[in-house]
Design a protein around this ligand. Sequence first.
Ligand SMILES: CC(C)(COP(=O)(O)OP(=O)(O)OC[C@H]1O[C@@H](n2cnc3c(N)ncnc32)[C@H](O)[C@@H]1OP(=O)(O)O)[C@@H](O)C(=O)NCCC(=O)NCCS
Length: 187
Amino acid sequence: MGSITIRNTIASDLPLLPALETAAYEPFRAIGMADFANRQPPTLEELAAYHDTGHAWVAAVSEDEADSGTPIAFVLVYVVNNDGLGWKSAFIHEISVSPEYARRGIGKTLIDHVASWAQQNGLRALDLATYVNVLWCKPYFERLGFRVVDEEELLMNEYSGVRRLIMCEWHDELLGRWRRVAMRKFL
Ligand SMILES: CC(C)(COP(=O)(O)OP(=O)(O)OC[C@H]1O[C@@H](n2cnc3c(N)ncnc32)[C@H](O)[C@@H]1OP(=O)(O)O)[C@@H](O)C(=O)NCCC(=O)NCCS
């Protein structure tokens, strides 16, 4: 295996990410979530929106230092202004690691990288939405320091951005079919 680096996306990464996502979500098929595994990966336009704002990172494997490497994992983030007054967090819209490279700490390294970036940019937390029933979702993020945002907290100002997002997902015909919770890790 070559060396793995975490870096912002470059334009030539983007066409490679939809297939990477489809492969990463394959394990959902075996746990009765085939419709979720079958959903459309992000389009190039959606990926470009994250790329253009500098909110997309990849783990890339390369054989020599001069090479920018091939993406084997990625994370997409957007900044949420929770109370409209500057209580900002980074919402992890998606994280995917190629199954070939799974369980080697790459997911954790990507999340740590986003956490450092968020701290440097004055953001106060990392947020995400995930499934309660899936072994590599909620328990995994708990081990990385996230905790579930309970219903009372969701009503508070500093959670208003993440509340809007999770409510959209609860009402989404596909995503809302399995129990989904918001999680936050304070920085
Ligand atoms: C979740 C994900 C990002 C983790 O990335 P990763 O690089 O494999 O994770 P790490 O190496 O940092 O941590 C590994 C831990 O994740 C958990 N995990 C990952 N895949 C798992 C699986 N298929 N079954 C059970 N646990 C799993 C385990 O706790 C594992 O620890 P262990 O190997 O000591 O048992 C990756 O599995 C992935 O891309 N999954 C598909 C997409 C996804 O589910 N995204 C989250 C949506 S809610």
